[in-house]
Design a protein around this ligand. Structure first.
Ligand SMILES: C[S@@+](CC[C@H](N)C(=O)[O-])C[C@H]1O[C@@H](n2cnc3c(N)ncnc32)[C@H](O)[C@@H]1O
Length: 423
């Protein structure tokens, strides 16, 4: 279905879906009020971002998307009682989602007190309120109009994949907390070809054993990132916290290390590891790497260890990394990278996705996405190349993958201020 435009309308069974006109505002406000939805602020953005359903000249349904910078807020989804269960609400929501895509809206949120289950079917998922981008946070809808009890939902095209990833790492965190290593850095016997033997003896001595046990990375970004005293570091997908704790030691008391992770169990583990390590210049925040809860230009170095491959929206992750880095800031991550085409059947496998295999980017794509985000000085340095035997050890039995995947260190720079301004 095409998003409606002001010159076209689409006839349905007895009703019409069309773009809203300024003259619809009072009827729309009356409909919202009759459905106990807020009318405050609707007039401010009423126009082409709203669609209405009309029957016999009467407005029987409405939905709108308010714009906050590159983000959208779906609001005012209302259908007159006698038109419920007739597909009106569904048509309006789908139409507005398509309109948003065509209008270049990057991410779509909504606030709801009682309709989370309804919106779940369109791919919206409840997220922590602090995940909302700053522009949305500052909106009247967010800060005044909707009650603080309203739940924030975000449209997730890859909701199933994200759920698989979250479940896998929640279990890994629980296992690590109970002393079962999913694998480890270098402090215990570990032969996993991806996660084993990443940290040297000096680093192992610096952090609690439990942090090592929880290590699920595929490299050692703290060694390669050349961290300096006083710097602010942000680790994307910090897991049990190993790289955050090591970074905090590197940047010293005048620096600070943040970790961000979406999995509650991992955050609890990381905070416990911080407590055991007795390191103060660290904070673990809940959030998603596609929408970082950090201000623009607030971080010197972004590190990450085997996480970006797990995201269903890598360009957005890299754009977010670019946004929060200070001019001249460094991006220095370890990740799994594809060296040549891998079968589509593997790409579709959610379990392999959650295991860092199916979601990995080809090297050329990684470079292209980094460049599109604005980064320069891009380098991709292989650190381990995986044979069919290595793959078998991590449970992937597909000889086509022999040599197809590698762990790599990926480095890039956000240009210094002058270069950004004149770009
Ligand atoms: C492979 S583990 C790596 C953990 C840690 N970096 C390490 O080296 O041990 C992936 C971690 O990223 C987190 N994660 C995955 N996707 C994420 C996302 N989109 N936003 C935030 N965290 C994410 C998971 O919860 C998990 O803790």
């Amino acid at each position: 279905m095409l998003a409606v435009d002001p010159t076209h309308s689409f006839a349905r069974a007895g009703w019409l879906l069309r773009a809203a006109r300024p003259s619809d505002l009072s009827a729309v406000s009356a409909l919202l009020a009759s459905c106990s939805l807020p009318t405050e602020g609707v007039a401010e953005q009423f126009g082409e971002s709203y669609a209405v359903a009309e029957h016999a000249g009467e407005i029987v349904g409405v939905a709108g998307v308010e714009r906050y910078g590159p983000h959208g807020l779906l609001r005012s989804v209302a259908v007159a009682p006698q038109w419920r269960l007739a597909g009106v609400g569904s048509a309006l929501v789908r139409d507005r989602l398509q309109w948003s895509e065509e209008a270049g809206v990057q991410s779509i949120f909504l606030l709801t007190t009682d309709a989370a289950r309804y919106f779940h079917r369109y791919g919206f998922r409840v997220v922590a309120r602090d995940v909302a981008p700053a522009a949305l946070h500052a909106s009247r809808e967010f800060s005044e109009i909707c009650p603080a009890s309203a739940r924030l939902m975000r449209l997730e095209e890859d909701a199933a994949l994200r759920d698989a990833v979250r479940e896998k790492y929640a279990k890994a965190a629980r296992d690590a907390a109970h002393g079962d290593s999913s694998c480890c850095g270098g402090g215990c016997e570990c032969s996993n070809p991806v996660t084993g033997g990443l940290y040297d003896a000096a680093q192992v001595a610096e952090i609690p054993e439990q942090a090592l046990r929880a290590s699920l990375g595929c490299g050692n970004p703290t060694l390669l990132a050349e961290l300096r005293e006083g710097e602010t570091v942000l680790d994307l997908g910090s897991g049990g916290g190993i790289d955050v704790l090591l970074s905090a030691r590197r940047v010293g008391a005048s620096g600070f290390a943040y970790g961000i992770d979406m999995t509650d169990e991992m955050l609890a583990l990381a905070r416990e590891n911080q407590r055991k390590a007795g390191i103060a210049n660290v904070e673990f925040r809940k959030g998603e790497i596609e929408s970082l809860p950090f201000a623009e230009a607030s971080v010197d170095v972004i590190i990450s260890n085997c996480v970006i491959n797990l995201s269903g929206d890598k360009p957005r992750v890299l754009a977010e990394a670019f946004r929060v880095l200070k001019p001249g800031g460094r991006f220095a991550v370890s990740d799994v990278v594809v060296r040549r085409e891998i079968p589509a059947s593997i790409r579709r496998d959610a379990e392999l996705w959650a295991g860092c295999v199916a979601g990995a980017l080809e090297e050329w794509k990684y470079r292209e996405f980094l460049q599109s985000a604005g980064f320069t000085d891009i380098e991709v340095v292989p650190t381990r190349i995986y044979s069919a035997d290595d793959m078998r050890e991590i449970g992937v039995r597909d000889s086509l993958l022999d040599g197809a995947l590698m762990s790599a260190f990926i480095r890039a720079t956000k240009p210094a201020k002058e270069a950004v301004r004149h770009a």
